[in-house]
Design a protein around this ligand. Structure first.
Ligand code: BF8
Ligand code: SF4
Length: 633
């Protein structure tokens, strides 16, 4: 009998799985429990074949690995390797987009184009590229080469994208610590090298290495990805959408886009639009593309595509029997999805040659043939629909509406309507007056281990009640949309008086005729770049460091290594970063001390581990109060 119970919609899908006798992640989790304590504490080492060695931090048994490594060395090495996994994912994503952009300019990827010329010019000017009297293509090529340099240079210069996007004060801070980075690939290589057997044994040095990888993640990963995606597919603007698995349509061809890279999902969406007659000819009412996880965030922010599911719901969505094809690219794709798909007519289609799942259909998606490949994939979905026709489906009832698309540009546009010369001033005034007590970015994943506690929803409600504005990205954005935090009614329902007044004024300025929602959807996980840009702009305008702002970050249901690397970047920037469940550092007294205390004197950042939503909220609010006091407000 399964122990945990989730929100109604998620639970209804788990219940259906039980009824049909289909295994889900929850069955597998409960069979795994109790999970290995050494693994959870980070104190197991498999770096060489004299091991594996494991250290009990409570003093029982051997206190050193065979080679003599201490628990601090072991934990910090493991942490750094986790981060490499995260940063490699983000850097790989960014490089893929940037190289496709370059191919497009060279005429080798005709399916793509420059959509946001203004953003291109903003990036070019920021990089110091001459824009006068040159064609867009010439400028764009130089922009691409600058990005490429961040993966190829062998000198000591710093990442071009760090110069472009990091606040000046932060760069100075990192320079003092000796952690400026120049080439994403070199850093990833060095981190793997220093953590292999018989290299760096100094836990503090390893933690500084972790900060370096955080910077790689932030600038060579997130920022490069966001910038090129905006240039190619458009910078998001505020729009109204629907969320929850209930967005599936029983009589349409349902294509669930899952993964991360808009290079694929944009083309599938475009081709689905063109092939709707073909779907109708097969008896469907059309083609319904819905979004899962981060690629879902990308699509919804640019094209109103409904947000169907967060990561925990990704395999559950297939239990509806209504998904004709789940099309995936990279990251966060559960291999278990294919096992569920096999119980129905559903096709799981993998598209990236280095991401295959046994049993799934593989159609390699190359940017050179994007249109043809996208057409092939949509036709596979239509074909699957013909096999579903007439069979029962189970689509959980209940959809929410949400306003999404809060890019920095979209936010500034609204603020300009209040103060065209100094758009950030109204925000600053309201922070000073306390109408906005602070702001918290909720990012990251839905944890199957914590989702049943409603960790994220409880914390968000607590923030709003205390006049703290919430911005969100990634799967947390799906959770917030499904919880109804992103529509205008939520402002009245959840916010303290001060925040309510500000959001009403902003809603009027935006011509909404209603308040802005209290939780702003800023995008996918790579779009945590947008949150950092907003904070950087606010700090610059106030003449302070980002670490001085009355703000914090929270990954309340951490799952992925990527969340660890993003979190470390935010620590390097100087933020309080709340994390649950426990990161795998608790076995090391040095790691715990440095990350939860010592770092304050180095970057201003602090990791904060707390699994109780009420206590975690109080801790964050206390931090914001301290920051306000230090600013004299
Ligand atoms: O990059 S929030 S489960 S989908 S890791 Fe993955 Fe976590 Fe979702 Fe997007 Ni981000
Ligand atoms: Fe054990 Fe050291 Fe080898 Fe790790 S590197 S497995 S601690 S001997």
């Amino acid at each position: 009998m399964l122990q945990r119970r989730y929100d109604n919609i998620t639970q209804s899908l788990f219940d259906r799985a039980q009824t049909l006798g289909i295994e889900t992640g929850l069955d597998r989790l409960e069979r795994q429990e109790p999970q290995c304590a050494f693994g959870q504490l980070g104190s197991c080492c498999r770096m060489c074949y004299m091991g594996p060695c494991r250290i009990d931090p409570f003093g029982n048994g051997s206190q050193r690995g065979v080679c003599g490594a201490t628990v601090d060395t072991i934990v910090c090495r493991n942490l750094l390797r986790e981060e490499v996994g995260g940063a490699a994912s983000h850097a790989g994503h960014a490089r893929h987009v940037m190289l496709t952009f370059k191919k497009m300019l060279e005429g080798r990827a005709p399916g793509y184009k420059i959509t946001d010329r203004e953003k291109l010019m903003e990036v070019a000017r920021g990089l110091g590229i001459e824009t006068e009297g040159r064609s867009d293509e010439e400028i764009a090529l130089e922009v691409a080469d600058k990005a490429l340099e961040d993966f190829t240079r062998q000198d000591d210069g710093i990442l071009n994208w760090m110069r472009l996007r990091a606040p000046e004060k932060a760069i100075k801070k990192w320079e003092k610590l000796g952690i400026l980075v120049s080439n994403a690939h070199n850093e990833i290589e060095e981190a793997m090298h220093r953590t292999s057997m018989g290299n760096d044994a100094d836990p503090v040095n390893l933690l500084l290495g972790a900060l370096r990888i955080g910077l790689v993640d932030g600038y060579a990963g997130l920022h490069i990805a966001t910038d090129f995606q905006d240039i190619m597919f458009g910078t998001p603007r505020v729009r109204k959408i629907e969320a929850s698995p209930g967005v599936l349509e029983p009589n349409m061809v349902n294509i669930a886009m899952h993964g991360h890279n808009p290079l694929l999902s944009e083309k599938i969406l475009e081709r689905a639009g063109r092939l709707s007659d073909e779907a109708r000819a097969q008896g469907a009412e059309g083609i319904n593309v819905v979004g899962v996880c981060c690629t879902g965030n990308e699509l919804t922010m640019r094209h109103n595509v409904p947000m169907a599911a967060h990561n925990l719901q990704s395999e559950l969505l297939l239990l509806t029997g209504a998904v004709d094809a789940m099309v995936v690219d990279v990251q966060c794709i559960w291999p278990g999805s294919q096992r569920i798909a096999e119980c129905f007519h559903t096709k799981v289609i993998t598209t990236e040659p280095f991401v295959k799942i046994p049993g799934a259909t593989h159609i390699a998606f190359e940017p050179e043939e994007a249109d043809q490949k996208a057409e092939l994939i949509v036709k596979e979905a239509i074909e699957a629909f013909t096999r579903r026709k007439g069979r029962d489906v189970f689509i959980p009832e209940g959809k929410t509406t949400a306003l999404v698309g809060f890019s920095v540009e979209a936010i500034i546009d609204v603020l300009k309507k209040i103060n065209p010369e100094d758009p950030l001033m109204p925000v600053i005034d309201n922070i000073k007056s306390g109408n906005i007590f602070g702001a918290v970015g909720f990012a990251g994943c839905p944890s199957i281990k914590l989702r049943h506690t409603g960790m994220t929803e409880k914390m968000v409600r607590e923030m709003l009640k205390n006049n703290i504005l919430v911005v969100t990205t990634g799967c947390t954005a799906h959770i917030c949309a499904q919880a109804g935090f992103m529509n205008t009614d939520a402002t009245e329902k959840y916010c303290g008086e001060g925040l309510k007044a500000v959001l009403s004024a902003l809603g009027d300025a935006a011509g909404l005729g209603a308040p802005l929602p209290p939780v702003w959807h800023m995008g996918s996980c790579v779009d945590n770049s947008r949150i950092a840009s907003l904070l950087g702009a606010l700090a610059d305008r106030l003449g302070v460091d980002v670490s001085d702002l009355p703000v914090a970050g929270s990954a309340p249901e951490l799952v992925q290594e990527k969340a660890i690397s993003i979190g470390t970047w935010l620590l390097a920037l100087g933020l309080l970063v709340h994390i649950a469940p426990h990161p795998r550092i608790m076995g090391s007294p040095v790691a715990v001390k440095v990350l939860t205390e010592g770092l304050r004197d180095l970057t201003g950042g602090r990791a904060y581990v707390e699994l109780d939503p009420q206590k975690a909220s109080e801790g964050i609010i206390e931090h914001i109060r301290e920051r306000r006091k230090a600013l004299g407000i």
